[in-house]
Design a binder for this molecule. Structure first.
Ligand SMILES: Cc1cc2nc3c(=O)[nH]c(=O)nc-3n(C[C@H](O)[C@H](O)[C@H](O)COP(=O)(O)O)c2cc1C
Length: 303
């Protein structure tokens, strides 16, 4: 059998397939549907300083080979997470990552400070696709200086590895990947969703309550692959790839593009066990290709 364990900035993963943020709840909601101990890892939904109720409905719209969402980062807040969810997650051996977001550097730093004090997490993933309201609403993810300031501040307080999750909504990914790396990121993950718009031609209104939403699912895979390839070429730190992965072969494509692990999001909407099945499929696919160890294929694209 092909060996599947990998390591990302010192964190051992049973296999390279991680459940992505926002599509796997706080992990524990899935414990009756999936053996959480067999996942490569779990990223919990984004956590903020205070609870957030989220956006008005409709929040989801299915597109050709994809989905638009605007959930509005609904979550119970970091303090309720550490009190109510983290103790349940600690029963599992799987690496758990806390996805963190905010609207100022101080917001991110405060969430990480709270999480630091509680055992049971492998690392932090920063969702930087948020506007910095203290700097005129400029997105952390689109300005290298703004991104570097955030990563540096979080890296200073974080007592666990920091993964910076990049947005695809940029003209060039390399300056942002390099800014995050120079500021101390331990790893990168990409991509987040693509800003998009679905219109109901009959009512002439957006299909999503909040107007714009984020496109995810198989529709975005070719663009995500291109961005992962470019980011992995531009930095030395490990890259985690995601965007539309729905099969073991999809996962292999991201690894070949340069990712050392992958995340699976939207595919869990049609099968909650998708991350696990994709890991199994990846193992079978690599076995057929006579690959002994999954790490052998990382960054092997013949361009
Ligand atoms: C309903 C939904 C909620 C999401 N919530 C978050 C979130 O809280 N934090 C985050 O970093 N990404 C979030 N994402 C983005 C996903 O983690 C992922 O980056 C994106 O959907 C692309 O991967 P996919 O095509 O496999 O879904 C969310 C995506 C969806 C569909």
């Amino acid at each position: 059998m092909t060996r599947l364990p990998v390591e990302i900035c010192g964190i051992a993963l049973r296999n390279p397939v991680i459940a992505a943020s926002g599509t796997f709840g706080y992990g524990v909601e899935f414990e009756k549907l999936v053996d959480l101990n067999r996942l490569g890892g779990i990223v919990v939904k984004g956590l903020s300083r205070e609870p957030i109720e989220g956006n008005p409905p409709p929040r989801l719209w299915e597109t050709h080979a994809g989905m638009i969402n605007s959930v509005g980062l609904q979550n119970i807040g970091v303090r309720a997470f550490v009190a109510e969810k983290l103790p349940l997650l600690r029963r599992y051996r799987t690496a758990v990552f806390a996805n963190v977001f905010g609207h100022s550097v101080e917001d991110y730093v405060e969430v990480v400070r709270v999480l630091n004090d509680h055992p049971g997490l492998a690392g932090y993933e920063l969702n930087v696709s948020c506007p910095n309201t203290r700097r005129g609403g400029i997105f952390f993810s689109s300005d290298p200086g703004c991104l570097a300031g955030l990563v540096e501040a979080v890296r200073t307080v974080a007592r666990r590895p920091v993964i910076v999750k990049l947005s695809p909504n940029v003209a060039a990914i390399e300056p942002l990947a390099q800014a995050a790396e120079s500021a101390g990121a331990d790893a990168l993950s990409l991509v987040n969703t693509f800003v998009s718009l679905a219109i109901d031609a009959r009512t002439r209104r957006p299909r999503i309550g909040a107007g714009f939403g984020g496109l995810s699912g198989p529709a975005i895979k070719p663009i995500a692959l291109r961005l992962v390839y470019q980011a992995a070429k531009a930095v030395k730190i490990p890259v985690i790839g995601l965007g539309g992965i729905a099969s073991g072969e999809d996962a292999a494509e991201f690894l070949i593009a340069g990712a050392r692990a992958v995340e699976v999001g939207t595919a869990t909407f049609w099968d909650p066990a998708a991350p696990l099945k994709i890991a199994e499929e990846l193992g079978r696919f690599l076995q057929l290709c006579e690959v002994e160890d999954v790490r052998e294929i990382v960054g092997t694209l013949k361009f």
